[in-house]
Design a protein around this ligand. Structure first.
Ligand code: GLC
Length: 551
């Protein structure tokens, strides 16, 4: 049976507002993306995930949708989106749309109607509830939102509370209402009919809450961690990962499976790994879930070995892990690696050779770093929601958590060239977020023609992955440390009779190792000057990663 395309693809995430501004208004647009498709096709990615470009008041940069079936006018229109889908296909890539099913904007006509009166026909499309006391004095129960603090908001007009899992202007849809479920499945079909190949599902583990509105239990947990969003001493059993959400994942899967051409679903499930995996429903639910432990993983042999074995073991066929090192919510990986390009190359070698689907975040391939933006200038609604928090507290949180909570810092314009606006928008126009004054060679123009650049390294690994089925979709067996000698970490991948060996030197010293594939030919290395794969022994440069054809 042919292997579905998404099992062997690499997904590239575009944040539309920041990718390329073709009409010179300081924000990215669909024409800008169209212009850059040849760049992405040449880079060698297989699919593009677009963060939302639907009609939206843009208070959460499109994650607050006002109309699921039209396009924000500042980005384009529906005809332009249809053309974009076709053009991506024509360039040999697939389209992944971001589907925000949990909530809408508070300016969505459904919510405007819903909040207008208790007996409006759309009232039950959202989660409304009486407080424990009248007059807005006590919320219905103790439920906290995913971002901390009560997720209940009192609406004086009808003296009831509406529930939000995220920000107050993102009211949760009521999935216990069959009309809501039917409408959202139809929305998915609307885009499938237009040729979309897959969906990234925003905070999808939040769709259903406890039907009886029982309190969440106490938990010994103050601060959220990468794979566990519980905080402020509250568990989340009643508001996240509900069994009814898992059931709905199967319904959603049936909808996409009814279409030809292997469509797929990847879910954002902020939860411990077992709970995230549960949304795959033993192969009958989501095809993939994002795994976030890699975001902050240390770049050392022991960590790489542990994470690769763990992900591989927990996601056996037909499941498949994902490899995520950055996105529009989290600090850029290279900034966590001290801006070190050699380390970023090794990280790319890890991400693009392990078993699973890699997700690249725009700009990662040229080593774009976090751009410091003070909280008072932030356009991020999460930060604005905390407007009362003084800057020094933000700074303290930054150094404590190792990253800023100001998401603007990882969302700055793509750096196409070294001019003031980075080739994102014309000079003289003010881009919606700043680009760094000194781009320090972190641009496409600087790196495209340089074989030793990070961009060229990504391109070589992406092409190797595409050309070698073992790398693209093979199974994985760890190479024991005893076989090569410490501390190099490696694995073998095999498919269609091809086997390759991957070796990563995640240390800053050169290492002489026994060759696990003696006589094999060199497929690709982070070190562009490497000419061969050695013999019985082989010396890896500091932070070098390579792939050898083993048979
Ligand atoms: C997800 C998105 C994030 C957004 C939130 C609410 O976490 O990745 O950007 O703010 O959901 O939709």
């Amino acid at each position: 049976m042919p292997v579905p395309w998404w099992r062997q693809t690499v997904v590239y995430q575009i944040y539309p507002r920041s990718f390329r501004d073709a009409n010179g208004d300081g924000i990215g647009d669909l024409d800008g993306i169209l212009e850059k498709l040849p760049y992405l096709a040449d880079l060698g990615v297989g699919a593009i995930w677009f963060s939302p470009f639907y009609d939206s008041p843009q208070r959460d940069v499109g994650y607050d949708i006002r109309d699921y079936r039209s396009i924000a006018p500042e980005y384009g229109d529906l005809a332009k989106a249809e053309r974009l889908i076709d053009e991506v296909h024509r360039h040999g890539m697939k389209v992944v749309m971001d589907m925000v099913m949990n909530h809408t904007s508070d300016q969505h006509p459904w919510f405007v109607e819903s909040r207008s009166s208790r007996d409006n026909p759309k009232r039950d499309w959202y989660v409304w509830r009486d407080g424990r006391k009248p007059g807005g004095k006590a919320p219905p129960n103790n439920w906290n939102a995913m971002i901390g603090g009560s997720g209940w908001h009192h609406d004086a007009r009808t003296d009831q509370w509406y529930w939000t899992q995220f920000l107050p202007f993102q009211p949760d849809l009521n999935y216990r209402n069959p009309a809501v479920r039917a409408e959202m499945l139809d929305t998915v079909r609307f885009w499938l009919d237009r040729g979309v190949d897959g969906f990234r599902l925003d905070i999808v583990n939040a769709l259903f809450e406890d039907a009886e509105f029982r309190d969440n239990p106490f938990a010994w947990k103050l601060i959220p961690s990468d794979d566990d969003p519980r905080m402020l001493f509250q568990g989340s059993d009643r508001t996240l990962n509900h069994p009814d959400t898992l059931e709905f994942m199967k319904e959603l899967r049936a909808v996409i499976d009814a279409y030809p051409g292997d469509r797929f679903l990847v879910g954002e499930v902020n939860a411990p790994i077992e709970k995230a995996r549960a949304h795959c429903c033993d192969g009958k639910g989501l095809n993939l879930v994002f795994l976030f432990r890699s975001l902050k993983a240390r770049l050392d042999p022991a960590t790489i070995r542990r994470l690769v074995s763990e992900y591989d073991g927990m996601f056996p066929d037909p499941l498949l892990p994902t490899w995520v090192f950055g996105n529009h919510d989290r600090a850029r990986r290279i900034s966590r690696l001290g801006g070190d390009v050699a380390k970023a190359k090794l990280n790319a070698a890890w991400q693009l050779t392990a078993r699973g689907v890699p997700f690249l975040y725009y700009g990662e391939e040229i080593g774009m770093v976090q751009v410091p933006i003070p909280a008072r200038d932030s356009q991020d609604a999460l930060v604005q929601n905390l407007a009362w928090v003084p800057q020094f507290v933000f700074d303290a949180i930054r150094s404590w958590m190792g990253e800023s909570i100001n998401r603007d810092e990882c969302r700055t314009p793509m750096q196409w060239d070294a001019t003031a606006n980075a080739g994102f928008c014309p000079e003289g126009v003010r881009p919606w977020l700043p680009t760094p004054g000194d781009k320090d060679g972190r641009t496409v123009a600087d790196q495209a023609g340089d074989p030793g650049s990070l961009l060229s390294c990504y391109r070589r690994f992406l092409h190797a992955r595409r050309d070698h089925p073992a790398l693209g979709r093979g199974d994985l067996r760890m190479i024991e440390a005893a076989e090569t000698g410490e501390p190099v970490v490696g694995w073998r991948r095999s498919a269609d009779g091809e086997t390759v060996a991957v070796l990563l030197n995640a240390t800053g010293r050169s290492r002489k190792v026994r060759n696990p594939a003696p006589g094999g030919s060199l497929i690709v290395s982070t070190d562009v000057d490497r000419k061969d794969a050695g013999d019985a022994e082989l010396v890896l440069a500091p932070w070098e990663g390579l792939v050898i054809g083993a048979s």
